[in-house]
Design a protein around this ligand. Structure first.
Ligand code: ZN
Ligand code: ZN
Ligand code: ZN
Length: 383
């Protein structure tokens, strides 16, 4: 199954880019925030920090780590003194002025020294409430807004290098799927199969497995089913939906398979979902809205009488995380742009009976969508 590439034994900075890539991302973010009248952007450990400067502290803790981006000065990174060597080794650190605070010192007072007392700041979504509330106490006249509310599309448009990584991540997920359908399903528990799937993903270079949904029989109707002790049997539809990271970028794929011969109804529902997936795929083009893509899938499902069996939106962005903007759902009028990468994952969920889900990650190009997952949508019969 290949080398174990889990982060614990992998590179210190999986998926790092060149320093100038991070410098450009930080510049652009500061510039876009300033254009909205913000004093700056505050980022603590999490996907935004990784994307902006490649820094992932060894442990994300109660100690404050804060990146401050403003249009008027060089990026600043405030870190606990004990983390300074790791922070300075981050791939984007050369473009940042690093400062530190010592144990016993007031980290929030140190942070306040880098900020404007009356400024309005965007704050990364992953920021702990602890840090934001303490910062607020230190700087009570400043105001704070969620980064994904003020700059929702900041990470959404991927450059060619990012699309290449997402393509490689999708290929790893495809390869794991191709192998898992060769395994025995019947007589084994959802949990056992999920463990096999996680092993296959790691074998294909997955550094992190976020979820491995294996929902058999009635559990296939539960989109976020947690694999359990249910033993998979002949006649079960099985939804496989798995996501994680490879080389710093996400994969997220779903396919529905069947143990033994499917009924006509199961075939019909599967075919309907497949058609909905294709309709949404064909609706993707620059300038179309996220909502248009969702509606294209929904129209097919509703036409087939499944209006009441659609549990969730049609898709979500994928990048340095497996779930991020843009979101493809009703009310999302964001226009699509070339370089955006997102899932298309319509499903039909028949409570207490069965369900079908088919999901690919695609990228929007000048000419429409291109699939990053290329493995077949056929209803595969497993043993
Ligand atoms: Zn369930
Ligand atoms: Zn998924
Ligand atoms: Zn998904």
């Amino acid at each position: 199954m290949g080398r174990d590439t889990s982060e614990a034994v992998g590179d210190a900075a999986p998926g790092a880019f060149a320093e100038d890539v991070y410098a450009a991302r930080m510049d652009r973010t500061a510039y876009e925030a300033a254009a909205l009248g913000l004093a700056g952007v505050l980022v603590t450990p999490g996907p935004d920090l990784v994307w902006l400067c490649g820094y992932r502290p060894t442990a994300t803790t109660e100690r404050l780590t804060l990146l401050v981006l403003t249009a008027t000065s060089q990026p600043r990174l405030l870190v606990p003194a004990i983390d300074r060597p790791t922070a300075e080794a981050a791939p984007g650190a050369g473009a940042i002025r690093v400062s530190d605070w010592w144990e016993g010192q007031d980290a929030y007072a140190a942070a306040a020294g880098l900020l404007r007392p009356h400024g309005r700041y965007a704050v990364s979504d992953a920021t702990w409430a602890l840090h934001l509330l303490c910062l607020q106490a230190s700087l009570p006249l400043a105001t704070y807004q969620p980064l994904s509310v003020v700059l929702p599309m900041r990470r959404a448009v991927k450059d060619a290098d990012e699309v290449a990584r997402l393509t490689a991540a999708a290929a790893a997920a495809d390869a794991a799927y191709e192998e898992v359908i060769g395994l025995r399903f019947g007589g084994r528990s959802e949990r056992e199969l999920a463990a096999d799937l996680a092993g296959l993903l790691r074998g294909h270079g997955g550094s992190r497995v976020d979820f491995t949904v294996v929902g058999a029989g009635p559990h296939a109707a539960d989109p976020h089913h947690r694999p359990g002790d249910r033993v998979i049997g002949d006649g079960d539809m099985v939804v496989l939906d798995f996501g994680g990271l490879r080389d710093g970028y996400g994969f997220d794929i779903a396919r529905t398979v069947h143990v033994g011969a499917p009924t006509d109804e199961e075939r019909r529902v599967h075919e309907t979902v497949r058609t909905a997936q294709r309709a949404a795929f064909e609706a993707v083009r620059p300038g179309a809205s996220c909502q248009d893509v969702d509606r294209a899938a929904r129209a097919v499902l509703e036409e087939a009488g499944h209006a009441g069996h659609v549990a969730h939106r049609t898709g979500h962005g994928v990048g340095v995380t497996t779930h991020e903007p843009p979101y493809l759902g009703e009310g999302e009028d964001q226009p699509l742009e070339p370089g955006m990468c997102f899932s298309i994952e319509p499903g039909v969920h028949l409570p207490d009976r069965f369900g079908v889900r088919i999901e690919d990650v695609v990228t929007c190009t000048e000419d429409g969508a291109r699939r990053l997952n290329t493995t077949s949508h056929e209803l595969v019969i497993v043993r």
